[in-house]
Design a protein around this ligand. Structure first.
Ligand SMILES: Nc1ncnc2c1ncn2[C@@H]1O[C@H](COP(=O)(O)OP(=O)(O)OP(=O)(O)O)[C@@H](O)[C@H]1O
Length: 618
């Protein structure tokens, strides 16, 4: 199977991706001149199915949110315009947007419970929505027409589709649909290849890492639901006006499964995949009318086996990867970089306070922090002051509370009691993404890289807190948005070069060796231009050469005004770098002072260095 797939990939790889897209558009455009009306209508249905598959692609493929109830949103769009135009005589220009808005509202409402649950429960919530919507379509007879559906919707077959005095026939409607699909796909591509699309994938790969880089998980998931609902809603209104009739059966749970199959078979997290899946499953069943009774069985089998036969869907037969960096920026990738126009990071209002702290003054203040886990007191009244422009070491035996302290400062844990202030602003009680916007960056003891993103994409996600473009700017790929993207990509490239990963910038992060992943995490944090960088054992897994480079990088960062809080078991490495060291033991601070004093402090030697003093020569 694999060799067959590789063979197909070699053949498809002979042509650039745009050649396939151009050929598809040409084929579609000649259809009205060469085909019977039935095929013209079927091609409109293909466009609708592609939009539906794209709606799952955004929600599940990119944002990792399962939906078993997409037909509910699709149906809301269709019934929305149908009811408004048939029951209330609204003109098309009003009923169509109304249907789309209704679908978006349902999507936004679903995102509320969905934002709080994961996987299995999310599947149940969305399945519940599907059943609920189906029941409403069927039972709310006086509005929806009940079981027998709602007819007489303005449509080409009835000759009643009139917009501003023009009556649209099937061919005109066909071209309207083509333009709609092309424009919607362009808008979608702009969003998915922006920091929003990258953060969708980042959240899916590691919500913890993404949120500590400034991605707001609840807000992003809400946005994914809204975008997905907008696509399904557009598909719904297009459907209602091409068929001229809506009935509950078109929006049943079976329809939700079919939409899922379009996306899975086509291949998710690519822009082309949903088109491929929708094309195959629109035109093929039409040719195999005799098998129509078996349609759902076939969909079930495809879902069962696609992960084995075509794990990346039909799109996996093409050797392309959809980059998550805006195409206008990506195209210039190999040009010799113009001088990096890295601009000073804009700070949030609270971050500005920290930026204003003078060199040598206290930047991070931890006061009497207690952190209890059921039965374990990981931190027991810890106080630390980290001065601006210093490298501050944090050491202690295993289990002494170092990582817990980092988690408290970065908002991953809410302390049981005590305070954390950053630049005089209270930081405890804030969520991780809010702490990140203050200007606090961190790495993890076990690197949390976004496996399916390239090194470059990973590092640009690190700049999340610095992006200012608004959603509309991203949607239309305005010059300002592209300029910002370009600036962030440049500073990401600079961060990659700083850690020496430039040769690997197009490699997928998941395939990197452990030590490279550590450096990648460091570069990712640097892209966010933090005021305070907290590193959890950055030297672990690095070769001697890399250690020397890392030490010199940290010194350069410090000299540039950055403050570093460094946890490290590698004593030689740490004690040579830091100005101040705090030693924790069993959740308490047992020493705070210079490295020289630490080397001769009895409590330190006893608690921590005792065992390794001989080995490290301390
Ligand atoms: N989420 C958690 N739930 C329960 N206990 C925890 C949790 N996180 C940390 N602990 C406990 O808190 C204590 C301190 O752990 P922590 O990971 O902060 O230590 P550390 O100094 O970073 O150790 P190491 O050097 O081994 O990484 C340990 O006893 C640990 O088991």
């Amino acid at each position: 199977m694999n060799s067959l797939r590789d063979g197909v990939r070699r053949i498809t790889g002979a042509l650039p991706p745009w050649a396939f897209a151009a050929a598809a558009v040409v084929v579609v455009l000649v259809i009205p001149f060469t085909s019977p009306p039935r095929l013209v209508q079927l091609t409109i249905i293909f466009g609708i199915n592609a939009l539906l598959a794209q709606s799952i692609n955004v929600l599940t493929g990119y944002a990792g949110q399962i939906s078993l109830g997409q037909a509910a949103i699709y149906g809301t769009g269709a019934y929305g315009t149908a009811v408004m135009s048939v029951q209330y005589d609204w003109p098309l220009w009003a009923s169509v947007p109304a249907g789309i808005v209704m679908a978006i509202i349902v999507g936004a409402l679903v995102s509320i419970p969905a934002g709080r649950v994961h996987e299995f429960y999310l599947a149940m919530v969305t399945l519940g929505l599907g059943i609920l919507a189906f029941t409403i379509f069927r039972q709310w007879g006086e509005v929806t027409g009940g079981f027998s559906g709602l007819g007489n919707i303005p449509s080409p077959p009835l000759g009643s589709l009139t917009v501003f005095g023009y009556t649209l026939g099937l061919v005109s409607y066909f071209y309207v649909t083509v333009v709609l699909v092309v424009v919607v796909t362009w808008l979608l591509a702009n969003i998915l290849k922006s920091h929003v699309g990258r953060s969708f994938v980042a959240l899916q790969e590691s919500e913890l890492a993404a949120s500590t880089l400034g991605v707001n998980p609840a807000r992003r998931k809400r946005l994914a639901y809204v975008l997905s609902a907008a696509l399904a809603g557009i598909a719904g209104v297009t459907y209602a006006h091409v068929v001229g009739f809506v009935s509950p059966d078109a929006f049943s749970v079976n329809a939700s499964i079919a939409i899922l199959v379009f996306a899975v078979l086509g291949g998710m997290r690519t822009l082309a995949g949903p088109f491929l899946g929708a094309a195959l499953l629109t035109y093929l069943p039409d040719q195999l009318q005799a098998f129509s009774e078996w349609q759902h069985l076939i969909y079930g089998l495809i879902l069962l086996f696609s992960f084995i036969v075509l794990p990346r869907g039909l799109a996996g037969l093409f050797p392309y990867r959809t980059s998550l960096i805006h195409h206008r920026v990506d195209r210039r990738r190999d040009e010799k970089a113009e001088p990096a126009e890295v601009q000073p990071a804009e700070q949030s209002r609270d971050g500005a306070a920290a930026a204003g702290v003078a060199e040598g003054d206290v930047l991070l203040e931890v006061r009497d922090v207690v952190m209890n886990f059921s039965g374990v007191r990981a931190l027991d009244g810890v106080s630390i002051s980290v001065r601006k422009g210093s490298i501050h070491g944090l050491i202690g035996p295993n289990g002494s509370g170092k990582t817990t302290l980092l988690n408290v400062v970065s908002g991953v844990y809410k302390p049981t009691s005590g305070q954390v202030s950053f630049g005089g602003v209270r930081a405890d009680g804030r969520k991780p993404h809010q702490v990140a916007t203050l200007g606090i960056g961190r790495t993890f003891q076990h690197p949390l890289v976004f496996d399916e993103l390239t090194v470059r994409e990973n590092v640009v996600v690190g700049a999340e807190r610095l992006f200012r473009s608004r959603l509309v700017q991203l949607l239309f790929g305005t010059r300002a948005a592209v300029r910002e993207e370009r600036r962030m990509v440049r500073s990401a490239e600079a961060a990659i070069e700083r850690v020496g990963l430039e040769e690997l910038r197009e490699a997928l992060a998941g395939g990197l060796p452990f030590g490279r992943q550590r450096l990648l995490e460091l570069a990712r944090s640097l892209a966010g231009e933090p005021l305070l960088l907290m590193l959890d054992e950055p030297a672990a897994g690095l070769a001697e050469d890399d250690l020397v480079e890392l030490a010199s990088l940290l010194q350069t960062l410090r000299d540039g005004g950055m403050t570093v809080l460094l946890i490290e078991h590698h004593m030689d490495f740490l004690l040579r770098l830091v100005e101040t060291v705090t030693v924790l033991d069993q959740g308490e601070v047992i020493f705070d002072g210079t490295p020289a004093a630490a080397r001769s402090d009895e409590r330190v030697l006893e608690a921590y260095l005792g065992a390794s003093a001989a080995a490290t020569g301390v």
